[in-house]
Design a protein around this ligand. Sequence first.
Ligand code: SF4
Ligand code: MG
Length: 335
Amino acid sequence: TTALLHVDEMKTVFKTRLGPLEAVNGVSFHISKGETVAIVGESGSGKSVSALSIMRLLENSGKVSSGKVLYNDVNLNELSDEEIRKIRGKEIAMIFQDPMTCLDPVYTIGDQIIEAVKIHEDLSKKEYYERALQLLRLVGLPDAEERMTSYPHQLSGGQRQRVMIAIALACRPNLLIADEPTTALDVTVQAQIMELLKKLQAEFGTAIFLVTHDLGVVAEMADRVVVVYAGQVVEQADVYTLFSKPEHPYTEALLKSIPRIETKKSEQLLAIKGSVPSLNDMPSGCRFHPRCPYAANICESKEPPMFKIGEQRFSKCWLKDENMAKEMLLTVQQK
Ligand code: SF4
Ligand code: MG
């Protein structure tokens, strides 16, 4: 393959008191060099678990139980802990929604960036300092020199996210996994961080795997989109096609739920009736059928396959089966 990252039929299972729970059920997609691919869905759909699975950062109870995660054709699942640690940070870096969970409150910003640089480069003390300072300037942190000796709590949320990005970039990763990188920030800072990521991508050719529930962020950042529902991919398309002509009823519903300026926060999610099913109680057939306005009998009894409906374009819905679709639409009309 020519893809930088190729995820093929990945399943992730958690051991729990209720027995094994499958949080990710056969997710497949790829990311090419320099590309931004967004994975989008409601919370609880398995987006973050997918990202953590790729990086092998799941807590002990979680495990990729089948499928492949190929990075430059190397299966990350088969690497030793030592080998995966070398890839993390050097080849693939990750930033999270809340930088406070990753920054160490007792070390200065400068020291934390220097630590990240040290993992992969052997430099003199002065060179480490210079490199860290250069990274802080690169991510646009004001008063970078002063900030070298600041502690995380002395920075704003947006500034901390810039520091996280500096740490992630310390090793010039080929792939940056960003899990809700702007969710905790106010709108203005959100826009600044997105601009920063795009600028860095243009400069270094970094591919970005963006985990988000926010379709505004998707529209702003992504080249291609992977829509997930209840641990499964339901649609894939380039960003323009997805927004202009969604093919899966779940995508359609998600797009309708985008808040308009005049809509109050509490009204946003009402566009999709019902809620994401829980892991120990998955609906039969198509997992979206209890919430789907087009659901027919077949949807309840038989899981739809992933239909290829165009170049890099897929939909997991019976409506894409020509024979099935006519009958189904007839039933909907009769309802
Ligand atoms: Fe809706 Fe059926 Fe398509 Fe599922 S398979 S999304 S229930 S129409
Ligand atoms: Mg999440």
